[in-house]
Design a protein around this ligand. Sequence first.
Ligand code: ADE
Length: 253
Amino acid sequence: MRIDVLTLFPEYLAPLELSLIGKARRDGRVDLQVHDLREWTHDRHRTVDDTPLGGGAGMVMKPEPWAEAFAGVRAAGQEALGDVEPLVVFPNPAGVPFAQDTAQEWSQRTWIIFACGRYEGIDERVYEHLADSGYEVALSSLGDYVLNGGEVAVLAITEAVVRLVPGVVGNAESLVEESHSDGLLEYPLYTRPATWTDPIGVVREAPSILLSGDHGKIAAWRREQSVQRTGERRPDLLGTDGNGAGEADGPTT
Ligand code: ADE
């Protein structure tokens, strides 16, 4: 898989050299390249923004560097990959919520370009230009809050996507039962010692069923715990709060 990131702050993406994602890069499973958008400016000040037409607060990212950057990265990517088109992802609080099913889908992509906006946002004509030039474009939101730019979202999205690329997580089984993989939150986990006296003197036992060796019973208990935990913390995932999947989909009359 190839990932390109366009940003004004390449250093923000440094954590992608660490841990599992860093290893995936070194192992050649992911070719991840970070580009400074200012490479595609031509004036002395390397200008990427200007005041909003029509007035208003803050600054808007100019279209020209973006268009040149996409053309440059597209050409470089196609030289490496052949006749492949990238998925272009703009992290944006006004985008479609990013979730585990998105991560699954994107982990099967050959090539993703992340484009990190800053300031008030990017000139709208950039999106129009990309659509008219044959790019597939997605706006993706990490959640209902506003970050200072797309970089932190790219860190999160890249980690969620790349860990699902085959071979990146050593034990593929650990991807099967984790939170959201089956629409539920993960069951509680325990390790040794089975009996632990905590620092305030309380003796805390791990559930005895986990020591029973009965794998059928353990699986059933874990499932029960997952459902209970999901009901308490995220009833929207069960569709039992009046808003979630399964209840709000149909007509409301
Ligand atoms: N950029 C700014 N806020 C964001 C958010 N919540 N999700 C994705 N990208 C963003």
